[in-house]
Structure formats: structure tokens, C-alpha cells
Design a protein around this ligand. Structure first.
Ligand code: FMN
Length: 215
């Protein structure tokens, strides 16, 4: 009995330490990516125009989807607007919260709404969390009307998303008035073996540059 208890507590300790080691590895890697991406975003800040017809709205935790957002904006002469969500800040606390909420469609975001009147096309970007677009982009899509607009959802991810979540997102934006919907997704590869930022943008160009999306 005593041996069984000792073995069980040994296994529990190993599991706790492995969990902590994984969390530390992932969050430190994310911080490194965020630093590199911030540098890129500072070097090449998105320019807001007065008369753009397209807008790229993005939520990004470690900066990869934000870099892609700026690239898409550059390709399409679009404005860029960033959604933030304090609950999912970098570090272990924000990461655990992100994992916990990953499948939720509710999030506390800033801004909650944007004036989209001048735009005919709205790009909505977010990372994939537990196979689904991250909660802040669902919350934004719920809060805003897309009447007569074309909506393009774009995601970056490491390995996998599930199509039924994308289909649900399409229904949501169409309920909110969108006249068309398309989805763009870039697989960056698993941590430790990921595409460089330049390769991510090149992959985007190969798949989506020049794709008319119907507008
Ligand atoms: C909480 C959490 C859950 C994730 N779940 C998935 C997942 O299910 N599938 C996947 O391919 N990538 C997953 N990822 C990886 C992110 O989608 C990927 O690193 C993305 O490019 C990060 O974008 P960002 O830098 O804009 O935040 C997850 C990341 C986090 C933080």
C-alpha cells in the first residue's frame, strides 16, 4: 500500500514537472517570436489611408498573424486595425487562459466595434486555438455588422484546424450581413520546425496572391 502511494505520488510529480517544462518551452518560444515580430512590425508599420476600400482586422497573440495582416494589407492597399485581448497576454498565465477559453466564442476585446462603413471587403485574422479561430475574432464578428461586405477569414496555425469551426464562422458573418465568405490559412509547422516569417509570407503569396476572392 505504502509503495503504491509512493509510486502514484512519483508519477504525479513527473506529470506536474513535464507539464511545467512544456508550458515554459512554449511560452518562451512565443516570447521570442513576439520579439522578432515586433521588430518587423516596427520596421514596416501599416499605413492608414483615408479612402481604402478594404480593411484587415487582426487579433494576434505572438505577432505571426499580425505580420501576415500587414502583408495582406500591403497587397490590397488595405487599412489595418488591431484587436487586443488582455486575458491572453504573453506568458504562462495568458497561455493557460488561452487554452482554457480556446473553443469559446466570447472574449473581452478592445475595440468591441469598428466603423466599417467605408469598406467593401473585411479581412478578419486570428490564430487557431484548439482547432478553432481564437475567441477574440468570434467576439468581434458577433459585435459587428458586415452588411453587403465580402468577408475573408485568415488564420495562422501550427498543425491543424477543423473545417466545421470555419463553416460556423461563415454562418455567423453571413447572419451579420456578409455577401460572401472565403477562408485563407497558413500552416507554420510545429514548434521547433516552423516556417520563417519570410517563408510564411511566400507561402501566402503562392496560395492566395492574385486570387480574386470574387471582388
Ligand atoms: C492556446 C493555443 C492553442 C493552440 N492550438 C492550436 C491548434 O489547435 N492547432 C494549431 O495548428 N495550432 C495551434 N496553436 C498555435 C497557433 O495557432 C500558432 O502558433 C499561430 O501562428 C499563432 O499566431 P499569433 O502569433 O498571431 O498569435 C495554438 C496556440 C495557442 C496559444
Amino acid at each position: 500500500m505504502k509503495w503504491a502511494l509512493l509510486t502514484l505520488s512519483g508519477i504525479a510529480l513527473i506529470l506536474v514537472f513535464s507539464g511545467l517544462a512544456i508550458a515554459l518551452f512554449v511560452t518562451e518560444t512565443e516570447k521570442g517570436q513576439h520579439l522578432d515580430n515586433s521588430q518587423l512590425l516596427n520596421d514596416k508599420a501599416a499605413v492608414l489611408t483615408n479612402n481604402a476600400k478594404k480593411v484587415v482586422i487582426v487579433f494576434s497573440r505572438s505577432g505571426n498573424t499580425h505580420v501576415l495582416a500587414n502583408h495582406i494589407a500591403e497587397l490590397h492597399n488595405a487599412d489595418v486595425k488591431v484587436i487586443t485581448a488582455e486575458d491572453y497576454s504573453l506568458g504562462i498565465h495568458g497561455w493557460i487562459r488561452a487554452l482554457y477559453d480556446a473553443r469559446s466564442h466570447v472574449a473581452s476585446i478592445t475595440p468591441e466595434k469598428l466603423n466599417l462603413q467605408q469598406y467593401d471587403t473585411v479581412y478578419l485574422g486570428a490564430p487557431i486555438w484548439l482547432y478553432s479561430p481564437a475567441p477574440p475574432i468570434w467576439q468581434f464578428a458577433k459585435n459587428n455588422a458586415f452588411t453587403d461586405k465580402h468577408v475573408v477569414l485568415f488564420n495562422t496555425f501550427n498543425s491543424k484546424f477543423e473545417q466545421h469551426f470555419i463553416d460556423e464562422f461563415e454562418s455567423l458573418v453571413k447572419q451579420n450581413g456578409a455577401v460572401s465568405f472565403s477562408h485563407q490559412a497558413i500552416n507554420r509547422g510545429r514548434m521547433g520546425n516552423q516556417l520563417s516569417t519570410q517563408d510564411m509570407l511566400d507561402t501566402y503569396n503562392q496560395h492566395y496572391q492574385g486570387v480574386s476572392n470574387g471582388y
